[in-house]
Design a protein around this ligand. Structure first.
Ligand SMILES: NC(=O)c1ccc[n+]([C@@H]2O[C@H](COP(=O)([O-])OP(=O)(O)OC[C@H]3O[C@@H](n4cnc5c(N)ncnc54)[C@H](OP(=O)(O)O)[C@@H]3O)[C@@H](O)[C@H]2O)c1
Length: 260
């Protein structure tokens, strides 16, 4: 037994990075997995990996800035597998290059908020509506350390992730009595495609600022998401769990690495 046998888990942003790792982990843990993002081809590749490991997965291509797509992904899960037990909302838009707020395009603000905050609201609304009549479920919103501590130049992303933590708390309160738990993860710098593209020098610079002196892996974030969705976290709701190598714990002395 791997903990999620007979359960149905939906993962948004499942086409790459943390979302794809979470989807694979649910598959290994025995859940039927619903894979959601815009890129059908990338989702099909993740489905093939899950099936190769003996799991079951469904691809739903959807643009989560659209309310009808969020409703459709949940309807597809329930039509195909009969229920929805868990959801991990990892889809996000990052905006462009870091830009001081006064020079930021309104369109860039709107694009980031549309997916990273409004899109999670739309996802939560549809997911919770499906879980309540069945007696409950568990949801994880993938926020970020930037949901608790700002980074200069990233105002839309930082605002979306701060908002996402507030949204998580409100959803948890609104639906605690319905048996739906809602929690957030705050990953620190994680070695996904974006940091892969940034090159080794950039990765080393980012890792140096993390107390454990390395980047996180998508599998480490996925493990935390599965724990929050599982029975081991049955008394945990409205919480934000940092998966950040100690980044949010505090500052090194005088801003220098602790062992310098
Ligand atoms: N990587 C990090 O260091 C890090 C750190 C902290 C938090 N996070 C958070 O962790 C989550 C995953 O990040 P990541 O770096 O693994 O992946 P990512 O490169 O940010 O990928 C984002 C995911 O969202 C999907 N997506 C984007 N726009 C969408 C839309 N309009 N509708 C539906 N899906 C959409 C993308 O797929 P398509 O392009 O196919 O739609 C992709 O699967 C994000 O919420 C991110 O903010 C990441």
């Amino acid at each position: 037994m791997n903990g999620f046998e007979g359960k149905v888990a939906l993962v948004t942003g499942a086409s790459r990075g943390i979302g794809a790792a979470t989807a694979r982990a649910f598959g290994v843990a025995g859940a039927a997995v619903v894979l959601v993002a815009r890129s059908a081809d990338a989702l099909a590749a993740v489905r093939a990996e899950i099936e190769a490991d003996g799991g079951t997965a469904l691809v739903v291509a959807a643009d989560l800035s659209r309310a009808e797509d969020a409703s459709r992904m949940v309807a597809a899960a329930v039509e195909t597998f009969g229920r929805l037990d868990a959801a991990v909302n990892a889809a996000a838009a990052h905006g462009g290059r870091p830009t001081p707020l006064a020079r930021l395009d309104v369109e860039e603000w709107d694009r980031t908020i549309a997916v990273s905050l409004r899109g999670v609201f739309l996802s939560l609304r549809a997911e919770i509506a499906a879980m309540v009549p069945a007696g409950g479920g568990a949801i994880v919103n993938v926020a970020s350390t930037t949901g608790l501590e700002a980074v200069a130049g990233l105002s839309p992303y930082v605002a979306a992730k701060h908002g996402l933590i507030g949204l998580t708390k409100t959803a948890a309160l609104d639906h605690a009595a319905d048996g739906v738990r809602v929690n957030a993860l705050a990953p620190g710098p994680t070695h996904t495609e974006a940091l892969d593209r940034a090159g080794e020098a950039a990765r080393e610079r980012v890792a140096a600022a993390v107390p454990v002196h390395r980047l996180g892996t998508p599998d480490e974030v996925a493990a935390a998401a599965l724990w929050l969705c599982g029975d081991g976290a049955s008394f945990v709701t409205g919480a934000t769990l940092a998966v950040d190598g100690g980044l949010l714990a505090g500052q090194p002395p005088f801003g220098r690495p602790a062992d310098a």
